[in-house]
Design a protein around this ligand. Structure first.
Ligand code: GDP
Ligand code: MG
Length: 373
């Protein structure tokens, strides 16, 4: 295959060439735009910048440059995908209860005994037949961490505010995160059943944060309800679907899959288990996946209900086994159906990681030395 220079590569994926040069510069590599990229570097950049590979043939070291997909998918290749929703808010305001309530009122049948523990995400099919994916962020920190690595997994944020408690520090934090991520916000005023509920006060306070309710001329939907008593859930779902439709959320399912790791852990018997969210393309059983500094061939795929899957589409969360090591939450993954190439990229990433750790340690030692001088 015809190798690409950095300039040609940048053009192909629709990035500014200086951005790529800066990326390598930050790793201590002095390069210029006329230098030719190695196959490993292409894989690394794919992980970093999240671009995709075509699906027609399997990806090999020989054809990696031709298989690089253009930044923009052709309009006819795009299909609707479900919105990916994150619930945020102050502790005890009812995030988990809301997630459970939405899930309970939609899930049909539950199959136990698979690899699924807490997947950290699930997908529902609403009464009108449309799907919505919910992500259960363990905390705002994880959300920020993912975003700082460029993993923008969320399309819509639901901000949960307890009607009896009002806007609290973590509510503010959540607003900041949602604003930084530049995604639409829906306010779910929860616990309206409680005696101390003061909805007008919440609306007034949130206005100071720029979240203006529709009735006051703003564009933020406020939904009043109770997660505990399953009130307001239908309206919440309708509003999510409306926003999704407005956002024209689409993805091309006809390419090698890429997405983000949501959670991962080591299972004594099954090895590394990862919950992942497919964001583009279609993920298939036995695909070779690379993520962070690890890789592997997918041995099993299950949805959040423990149902075995043979493939997964954009916006679908699932659990996979087959990776050689436990990846990090927030790591991007991509399919590269060439095990040898995947291994090379993974080990190059591993070396980089070790080098970064070594430098960090050195700096630390140096700092502590200086302190003692
Ligand atoms: P989280 O920390 O935001 O995930 O909050 P939880 O979902 O764990 O809820 C904290 C507490 O509030 C639990 O005891 C819930 O049962 C309770 N709770 C949640 N939603 C409601 C509600 O709508 N009404 C009432 N009265 N209690 C609720
Ligand atoms: Mg919770």
């Amino acid at each position: 295959s015809q190798p690409l220079t950095i300039a040609e590569f940048a053009k192909k994926i629709g990035k500014n060439v200086t951005e790529i040069i800066k990326y390598f510069f930050n790793q201590g590599l002095m390069i210029n735009q006329n230098m030719v990229l190695s196959e490993e570097q292409v894989g690394e950049l794919a992980l970093e910048y999240g671009f995709d590979f075509k699906k027609e043939t399997s990806l090999t070291k020989e054809n990696i440059f031709e298989q690089l997909d253009e930044e923009t998918d052709s309009p006819e290749s795009l299909q609707d995908r479900p919105p990916v929703v994150t619930i945020m808010g102050h502790v005890d305001h009812g995030k988990t209860t809301l997630l459970d309530a939405i899930r309970d009122s939609n899930v049909v049948g539950h199959e136990h005994g698979g690899i699924t523990q807490a997947i950290g995400a699930y997908q529902i099919t609403t009464k009108v037949g449309k799907k919505i994916t919910f992500i259960d962020t363990p905390g705002h920190e994880a959300f920020t961490e993912m975003r700082s690595r460029g993993a923008n997994v969320t399309d819509i944020v639901i901000l949960v505010v307890a009607a009896d408690d009002g806007v609290m520090p973590q509510t503010e934090e959540a607003i900041d995160h949602a604003k930084q991520a530049n995604v639409p916000i829906i306010v779910f005023v929860n616990k309206v059943d409680k005696p101390g509920a003061n909805i007008p006060k919440i609306k007034a306070t949130l206005m100071e944060y720029g979240l203006v309710a529709e009735e006051f001329g703003g564009d933020i939907p406020f939904i009043e309800g109770s997660a505990k008593f399953k009130q307001g859930l239908d309206r919440l779902e309708e509003t999510l679907l409306l926003i999704a439709e407005f956002g024209n959320l689409k993805a091309n399912p006809s390419k090698l899959a890429s997405g983000t790791v949501l959670e991962a852990h080591l299972d004594k018997n099954k090895g590394p288990i990862a919950s992942v969210l497919v964001q583009r393309g279609t993920l298939n059983l036995r695909d070779v996946v690379i993520t962070g500094s690890t890789f592997g061939t997918i041995k099993s795929m299950e949805n959040e209900n423990g149902r075995k899957l043979s493939h997964a589409l954009p916006s679908q969360p699932l659990v996979i086994t087959g990776l050689n090591e436990v990846p990090n939450a927030g790591d991007r993954f991509l399919v590269l159906n060439d095990e040898k190439l995947a291994r090379q990229i993974a080990s190059a990433q591993m070396l980089k990681k070790q080098e970064a750790e070594r430098i960090a340690k050195q700096t630390l030692t140096l700092d502590s030395l200086k302190m003692h001088l």
